[in-house]
Design a protein around this ligand. Structure first.
Ligand code: SAH
Ligand code: SF4
Length: 350
């Protein structure tokens, strides 16, 4: 258990349990999340003896930076970390004109196994802890600060399926949202799911106003079964019903992500079918041109086909935009994250 695993209340409890005054929690939380201190030693507001004692009582960090790679003229940075048990994970920082976004991983690998996704090919090694997710955000916030930026958005679109690690992810939101610390607006946090229906309902009942993105990729079961294996358990009809309930309960718009794959899900007919499925919905479609991965036989459609697909959806009255992923050339794009470092190591070993 590290400091980054604790909510403010849990931190208070820990400290008072160790015989320390309650107000120390305010100080430590503020210095950790608002000041982004790297060491207790930087927290000059604390007495020296306490600073010396804290690393043992409550270790601060558990992610060791291994490598950082940048691309898009330095506007996209992939950070590779090693966990305490030797796993590797990736975080991506993206600088835009009007925002600074971090793409956070929630698992090492992923059990869902979507047909076109590099992470899915790895299978699941383990869930990340809340502390490991919070640490990714802190590291990205520090990197952003060094570049004269402030982090404005968090997207759970790195490695893993957030709803298969639901409690730890929601706890991360709670910690980062706390006004005594980072004070990160929940509305600027997006959870992206491949469609675990029960958790869509659960999220609708949470007090946090996070944004929800649903990775749809196909408007019918025959096609979606082949792309997202989870569809056999939660078919399109059930998924869309859950999304409608979510919009009704929360009044918040849903984003549907749609990885566009040449000759698979990119025809005008399918765009029309998709638009019909989403009719009367408070939603937005994000068309993501596929980032081909070596292990899968899929290709990206032509730029004309991509534009046309989005246009057909729009013609039917559904807002749609095309989003080209950042960092494709350093395998830092959506669904590209997989620990190449680990791969390289194991290739060296064999
Ligand atoms: N597991 C979650 C979040 C991580 S993936 C989910 O599936 O929603 C983030 C987004 O990238 C998802 O919409 C996913 O389907 C998409 N994606 C995965 N692999 C991709 C690829 N090769 N090209 C384009 N998008 C991809
Ligand atoms: Fe997992 Fe998302 Fe990749 Fe599917 S797209 S395998 S759910 S990370």
């Amino acid at each position: 258990m590290t400091l980054h695993d604790l909510t403010f209340e849990e931190l208070e409890e820990r400290l008072t349990g160790a015989g320390l005054p309650r107000f120390r929690a305010d100080q430590i939380f503020r210095w950790t999340y608002a000041q982004l201190a790297e060491q207790y030693d930087e927290m000059t507001v604390l007495p020296k003896e306490l600073r010396a004692r804290l690393p043992e009582l409550l270790p601060l960090t558990k992610l060791e930076p291994v490598r950082a790679v940048e691309t898009d003229d330095g506007q996209t940075r992939k950070l590779l970390f090693r966990t305490f048990d030797g796993e590797h994970l990736e975080t991506v920082l993206m600088l835009y004109a009007d925002r600074t976004t971090v793409c956070v991983s929630c698992q090492v690998g992923c059990a869902v196994g979507c047909a076109f996704c590099a992470t899915g090919m790895m299978g699941l090694t383990r869930n990340l802890t809340t502390g490991e997710m919070v640490s990714q955000v802190i590291e990205a916030a520090r990197e952003a600060r060094a570049l004269g930026r402030t982090l404005t958005n968090i997207v759970m679109m790195g490695m893993g399926e957030p709803f298969q690690n639901y409690d730890a992810v929601l706890k991360m939101v709670r910690i980062l949202h706390d006004p005594r610390g980072l004070n990160f607006g929940a509305r600027r946090t997006t959870l992206s799911t491949s469609g675990l229906v029960p958790f869509i309902d659960r999220l609708a009942g949470e007090p946090f106003q996070v944004k929800l993105a649903v990775s749809l990729h196909a408007p019918n079961d025959a096609l979606r079964d082949t792309l997202v294996p989870l569809n056999r358990r939660y078919p399109v009809g059930d998924l869309i019903d859950a999304c409608r309930r979510y919009v009704r309960t929360t009044g918040r718009r849903i984003t549907f992500e749609y990885a566009l794959i040449k000759g698979v899900n990119d025809s005008d007919e399918i765009a029309t079918e998709l638009a019909a499925l989403l009719k009367g919905f408070l939603c937005h479609v994000n068309v993501i041109p596929l980032n081909p991965t070596p292990a899968a036989p899929f290709e990206r459609p032509s730029p004309e086909r991509i534009e046309r697909f989005a246009e057909v959806i729009r013609l039917h009255g559904i807002p749609a935009t095309v989003r080209y992923s950042r960092g494709v050339d350093i395998a830092a794009a959506c669904g590209q994250l997989r620990t190449e470092h680990e791969q390289t190591l194991s290739e060296q070993r064999t």
